[in-house]
Design a protein around this ligand. Structure first.
Ligand code: AMP
Ligand code: MG
Length: 407
């Protein structure tokens, strides 16, 4: 049967077999959640020209140095600069050009007076009631981005701000990594879809919903969600189809029971085992192997085990394939309460995160059974208590794997 592999070693074995998928150009509208394959570099400054931060008047500061409420300075209004419509001429001595927020600063103007500090005096005169500092209310070209600057780095996940930044530098179709294609198979005679009545001994198939959702949140494209009964030929058939994807994930049937056919089917299909059994609770009987370029994971079927082993072993692979950093979801925390466990395996403890002035605290949730799926509803991380410890005291440092949920 072989001895169980440690959780960090298992993760290394997985990542050693993963490469970032090839890049493709994708329109910004389709790029949310994708990861950049190359640095996005600005070829021009942003903003592209000096412009006004306020609605008001572009002036020469020297002209209004003495202006005040009691002694306003009158300037001749010679033109207007609107957003998208620069003024044709320059601001001469004793002159002003009306200007809108974001409009180009006219030539020879150095300062903008807010409209609130002025009073219009007929069509072509303005009274300035305040002296403002040289350069006030002017946004300089390149204040945000200079030409040649890397604006979004390779590997970054494209969220709203990144998409906006790419649009700003005129990158309409960024080069992003292909999403890993994931096929999910659930196995078990007892499994019943949520819209069907339960027969004798039946339970609802929750993994066929948790696992595809986890895969999508990790940046994958779920190409199929299949089910197989506990029967060797049917299992082989379902896994054969799943192995056409980049990553095949089989849930359940990887243990040692007489009706567990997944390992046998994977062997029949030419998948080579890298490890089976991880020194971990929940999630001990996890199987991992490869066939050609495809990765295959056999995850234990208990609803919590499947989520834990996905987060610890499958998600890092998907993140790396999509061009991301598999370590990005690990943070350091302190355990919020003492936790005791046997010596020989790591324990992934469902926890709620809290922040105090010294950092993150992972507070273990009650009911840690591997079948208690509702305990995942309150969890936002897994605290990883190492195999070589009998437990941890309250306040001890612990490594934490974050769930993909907003807290
Ligand atoms: P197995 O890994 O197949 O031995 O299953 C372990 C436990 O998880 C059993 O109680 C199964 O009924 C349950 N289980 C397996 N697959 C699923 C699933 N897709 N959804 C919900 N529970 C499952
Ligand atoms: Mg089963």
């Amino acid at each position: 049967m072989g001895t169980a592999i440690g959780i960090e070693a298992a993760r290394r074995e997985v990542l050693a077999r993963v490469r970032a998928l090839p890049a493709e150009e994708v329109g910004l509208e389709q790029a949310l959640g994708r990861r950049l394959a190359v640095d996005a570099v600005a070829d021009a400054p942003f903003q592209p020209f000096d412009n006004s931060a306020m609605d008001g008047f572009a002036v020469r500061a020297a002209d209004i140095a003495e202006a005040s409420g009691e002694a306003p300075v009158a300037l001749r209004v010679v033109d207007e600069s609107r957003a998208g419509h620069p003024a044709a001429g320059a601001v001469g001595a004793g002159e002003a050009i009306a200007i809108s927020t974001g409009a180009m600063l006219p030539a020879d103007a150095d300062t903008v007076v807010r409209v609130e500090d002025t009073e219009r005096d007929g069509a072509d005169r303005v009274l300035v009631r305040a002296a403002v500092a040289l350069g006030a209310n002017v946004r300089r070209a390149g204040e945000d981005i200079v030409a040649g600057e890397t604006v979004v780095r390779a590997g970054a996940e494209l969220g709203p701000a990144e998409l906006g930044a790419l649009a700003t530098i005129g990158l309409a179709a960024p080069l992003v990594h292909r999403r890993p294609r994931v096929a999910v198979v659930t196995s078990g005679d007892e499994l019943t879809p949520p819209d069907r009545p339960l027969g004798p001994g039946g339970i609802r198939n929750s993994n066929s919903h948790t696992v595809p959702a986890l895969a999508q949140l990790a940046g994958a494209e779920v190409v199929s969600v299949d089910w197989t009964p506990d029967e060797p030929a049917a299992t082989r058939e379902a896994l054969g189809r799943a192995l056409e994807a980049d990553v095949a994930i089989v849930c359940g049937g990887v243990s040692v029971g007489p009706h567990d056919h997944v390992k046998g089917a994977l062997a029949d299909l030419g998948a080579e085992q890298v490890f089976w059994r991880v020194a971990l609770r929940p999630g001990g009987p996890t199987w991992f192997g490869t066939r050609g370029e495809a990765l295959a994971f056999g995850l234990p079927g208990n609803p919590v085990s499947v989520m834990v082993t996905f987060l610890l072993f499958v998600r890092p692979a998907l993140l790396a394939m999509a061009g991301g950093d598999p370590a990005a979801r690990r943070v350091a925390a302190r355990l919020g309460a003492a936790f005791a466990k046997p010596h020989d395996r790591a324990e992934a403890v469902r926890c709620r995160l809290e922040l105090d002035d010294r950092g993150w605290i992972a507070r273990p949730l009650p009911r840690q059974g591997s079948h208690v799926l509702t305990s995942m509803l309150a969890a936002d991380c897994l605290a990883l208590v190492p195999a070589e410890r009998d437990g941890l005291a309250a306040g001890e440092a612990v490594s934490v794997e974050l769930l993909d949920r907003a807290t």
